[in-house]
Design a binder for this molecule. Sequence first.
Ligand code: GRF
Length: 208
Amino acid sequence: MFKIGVLVSGGGTNLQAIIDSINTGVIKNAKIETVVSNKEEAFALVRAKNNNIDTKVIKIKDFENKELYENALIDYLKSKELDLIVLAGFMVILSENFVNNFKNKIINIHPSLIPAFSGAGYYGLKVHQGVLARGCKITGATVHFVTEEADGGPIIIQKEVFVKDDDTDESLQKRVMEEAEWKILPQAINLILNKEIEIVNNVVRRIC
Ligand code: GRF
């Protein structure tokens, strides 16, 4: 059984997409071993509990500094012997040390076509605000491996979403989730689980 840990901070619709994909057999032979949040009010935790998935809250403010917080997170995640860690709306930038503890085992979903509107400062609605302010006609979402560079790791899958003239930040955010994020996150997990991809020179390639 392929063991997945999901790190969340918010609503958890991407977590829900993974849960649904496992329940409907789109993702086979996999289990969400734990859902970890840095915020106890995250609705994602309710979604996990509704599906009998173990949850854990580890808050930065309970530690003297970020390094100690990360060490606690690392220890907890290692104790779960995970095959994959999914950042699904996890609003904490992780250090090089954290990433090196789980080399090529962490993926993230970002609501734009990276490298556009990605990196420091581009999170949540700010991404979609940037897209609309620039007048982009196409946006989308990206699933990528996590490295020490924010949104800079090897890209696994991208999916485009067309921008409408009357889109607002919120309407675009919603469509990017519905049309792209909830589809490509389970697809990316399947590519990894089924060993269909490899990383060559920082680029993801299909294994033929
Ligand atoms: C998503 O837009 C995701 O791309 C970004 O954070 C948001 C999380 O939403 N990283 P949810 O908590 O999965 O609903």
